[in-house]
Ligand binder design. Structure first.
Ligand SMILES: *Cc1c(COP(=O)(O)O)cnc(C)c1O
Length: 361
């Protein structure tokens, strides 16, 4: 079965050499030497000095909401993974969905102001598939209304816009290093903060709010990354550029093979340096997508309805939160992500394109 993604595994011998360091230090978690080294390497690679590692991307989002002291309503996107909205609910805030634009599938900034109320504390938007939100507009709106901005940057590892890392935008960006992501630590994540004080607070909160021998400074949680996880990151980080190039070549191959079939693709900004995190295609109709999906499954290919459902339609949301978001609901009913990962072969990609083209007839 060719799945939509396959976790990148470094050569085993390299992972073993990192593990040897752990066996030598005897320290397997609690901010050991590998975690410290990975933190420093990621700060350098992502050009983000206020970066803190955590156990996963969902905790990164929850910690961002907590550390910024958010309450009341948070404006968010219906077109994202479920963790974006469940983190808001988990922190006892109320999500207010604003529909997406049909070019980037990110939150439609033209609709944000109408959704702001006296209880709004922040905007939490996703850089969908690694395509940046309209960060300039979001910043302007946030400043005008005194709102905080969090980006779910789970897909945006290494993305740059006009020569600058996309992680520079917003008060906090949350990254996921889950096995399915472009860069991973098996499970893991990070927060990138604009303000050093917020980064310090997150550092404290992610280790129980406990420092030194017996100083307990505030309510925290355990969101530490272990040394075993950091070891994976240290093996993969030096290979990220090679991984991105490989994915870029596959994406360009898809572009040329699928041309003329009437599939819609997200539109990239001119100044975008993309990371090739996903290869989404939007079909002309739901029926069309379902037919192609079945044909792919019949040929041993598992594409993914990513994202589905539109988060404003999650069954456990109170009815007044489930406001209609027609653009997101339409895209979620027609989108598939095609397989894209390091090691996917040319002939496999060609077979996938052939099945898609057949299904479009
Ligand atoms: C993967 C992902 C998350 C959750 O990250 P985990 O590390 O799996 O907890 C959140 N948001 C988006 C958009 C994601 O793709």
């Amino acid at each position: 079965m060719i799945q939509v993604t396959k976790a990148y595994l470094p050569p085993l011998s390299q992972y073993e050499s990192q593990l040897e360091r752990i066996w030598q230090s005897g320290q397997i978690t609690n901010n050991g030497p590998l975690t410290k080294e990975l933190t420093e390497s990621l700060r350098a690679y992502l050009e983000a000095s206020n970066l803190e590692l955590v156990a996963n991307g969902t905790l990164a989002l929850q910690l961002a909401i907590k550390a910024l002291g958010l309450n009341g309503e948070i404006i968010t996107t219906p077109f994202s993974y479920v963790a974006t909205v469940t983190s808001i609910l988990w922190e006892n805030c109320e999500p207010v969905f604003v529909d997406i634009e049909d070019k980037t599938f990110c939150i439609d900034t033209g609709r944000i102001e109408a959704a702001i109320s006296g209880r709004t504390s922040a905007i939490l938007a996703t850089h969908v598939y690694g395509y940046p939100c309209d960060v300039v507009n979001i910043e302007q709106i946030a400043r005008k209304h005194g709102l905080k901005v969090i980006y779910d940057a789970a897909h945006a590892f290494g993305v740059r816009l006009n020569g600058q890392p996309i992680l520079r935008h917003g008060d906090v960006s949350a990254l996921s290093f889950h096995a399915t992501k472009l860069f991973h630590t098996t499970e893991g994540g990070a927060l990138v903060c604009r303000d050093k004080q917020v980064a310090k607070r997150i550092y404290l909160m992610r280790k129980f709010g406990h420092i030194g021998e017996d100083d307990y400074l505030e309510v925290g949680v355990n969101a530490n990354m272990s040394e075993i996880h950091a070891a994976m990151g240290l093996c993969i980080l030096p290979r990220v550029n090679e991984i991105v190039s490989y994915r870029r070549a596959l994406s360009e191959h898809y572009d040329s093979s699928l041309k003329g079939l009437g599939l819609i693709r997200p539109q990239a900004d001119k100044g975008l340096e993309y990371n090739y995190a996903y290869y989404p295609v939007v079909f002309p109709s739901h029926g069309n997508m379902m037919r192609v999906r079945q044909a792919l499954l019949d040929n041993g290919v598992g594409p993914r309805r990513y994202f589905y459902p539109s988060l404003n339609r999650l069954p456990y949301l109170r009815p007044e939160i489930q406001r209609p978001c027609p653009v997101s609901e339409s895209i979620t009913s027609r989108v598939l992500c095609l397989p894209l990962y390091f090691g996917l072969k040319q002939n496999e990609l060609e077979m996938i394109c052939k099945v898609v083209a057949e299904g479009m007839k």
